[in-house]
Ligand binder design. Structure first.
Ligand code: SF4
Length: 399
């Protein structure tokens, strides 16, 4: 597995595969071909169908500015769901054609080059990691430090700082999100909508939702977020961490450890399955984010490795089969609310794990395999095309 540094990326929303990935691809091409002054970019499949709502065209045009960019959109299911073909010109002379795949979480793959980064972890599955930790008497955080080096702490601090900042920015804003859906921002309302005689449970639900809405609304408006593991699912983990921080007044060090453990679980999913909605549906995005947040919550609750694993497993198990059908291609409906629901579910999963981990039959590795296979079997129209499920019924509803 690669470094967790490649999982948590700080950048602008609304989509890691449709905005951040294309941005990184265009930037690299612009740097590598300084003589280029004209581009024809063909967007394939999910990028072609939802590129407008995901701001793909805007980010490519802005990154390659001041040069001329002509877009084409095509469907070719023999290609990766998020493929970009760059034809690079100097005036009328074609310099090069480059195919890029945006594989999720802002990660890109150029032509035949399968990997951008080297593996630094010798283990591939959670079972292997658990065995190693038990033999060496390590916590999951100590395991991460052993292979990443202690300087990774500075990286996690940076990531956490950005997560906090995004929540606080989101909580301070009001108004309507960009795009034709005219979706109202709700994070600030949720934060202040305390009801009379509010019970602790209701308050927890309201606050966790407010924090998740805050990040997801920032993401939907092209604000700065951290892929955790993607932009579309970036509200879940920060909401749980921020809630735990506020509620228990925890020292930052404990939040950093929980964030790191969440990153380890996200990394295992990314390595063995997918975190891309266009490849595996929303179970791969919000399902993965829920697993990560459940592992973080269990870590903050001082649970054992088995219980942390169980929390992450339960969180994914109950997202299996979840489709990706963003209305009009905007990362708004169902995405924003779905982040809030998943954040609450993550806390539930961690609490179930606390009581029931000794009776479990499904491992984290098994649920990841099940999620990936379900994603591969899922009909392509349910994987970030905005042409099925809610997106279809919304589009065809009578005026
Ligand atoms: S439905 Fe899920 S996977 Fe699809 S864009 Fe929204 S958050 Fe991402």
């Amino acid at each position: 597995m690669q470094s967790i540094k490649n999982l948590f990326k700080i950048g602008t929303g609304p989509s890691s595969s449709h905005t951040m990935g294309p941005y990184f691809a265009a930037l690299r091409i612009k740097e590598n071909f300084p003589q280029a002054n004209r581009f024809i970019i063909t967007l394939y499949n999910s990028l072609a169908l939802t590129g407008e709502g995901h701001l793909t065209f805007d980010v490519l045009k802005n990154t390659l500015s001041p040069h001329q960019v002509i877009f084409q959109t095509k469907i070719d299911i023999s290609l990766h769901p998020n493929t970009l073909m760059f034809e690079i010109f100097n005036n009328d002379i074609l310099i090069r054609t480059i195919e890029v795949k945006s594989i999720g979480g802002g990660e890109i793959v150029f032509d035949g080059l399968e990997k951008e980064h080297d593996d630094i972890y010798p283990h591939k599955s959670f079972d292997e990691i658990k065995k190693f930790c038990s033999e060496k008497n390590l916590t999951l955080y100590e395991y991460i430090l052993q292979f990443e080096g202690s300087e990774i702490e500075g990286f996690f601090q940076l990531v956490w700082k950005q997560m906090r900042q995004t929540i606080e920015t989101g909580l301070s804003k009001e108004g309507i999100l960009p795009g034709k859906l005219r979706v109202k921002r709700k994070a600030k309302d949720l934060l202040h909508k305390k009801i009379d005689e509010e019970t602790d449970d209701v308050m927890e639900n309201r606050l966790v939702s407010a924090y998740a809405f805050a990040t997801s609304e920032e993401n939907a408006s092209g604000g700065i977020v951290v892929t955790s593991p993607t932009c579309g699912a970036s509200g879940v983990l920060p909401a749980v961490l921020y809630y735990m921080l506020q509620k228990n007044k925890l020292p930052e060090k404990r939040i950093i450890k929980a964030l790191a453990v969440a990153g380890l679980f996200g990394n295992i999913i990314k390595h063995n399955a997918t975190i891309s909605g266009a490849v595996g549906g929303c179970q791969a995005e919000v399902g993965s984010a829920c697993s990560m947040a459940a592992a973080a919550h269990a870590t903050l609750s001082n649970q054992f490795i088995d219980q942390i694993e169980y929390a992450a497993e339960v969180a994914m198990e109950h997202h299996l089969g979840l489709t990706c059908d963003p209305i009009d291609g905007y990362v708004q409906i169902p995405c924003i609310e779905r982040n809030a629901v998943a954040a609450i579910r993550a806390i539930n999963a961690s609490r179930i794990a606390y009581f029931l981990s000794d009776s479990r039959k499904i491992s984290f590795d098994m649920i990841i395999q099940a999620m990936y296979q379900t994603g591969l079997d899922m009909h392509p129209k349910y994987k970030e095309t905005a042409e099925a499920g809610m997106a279809y019924f919304y589009k065809t509803k009578p005026e």
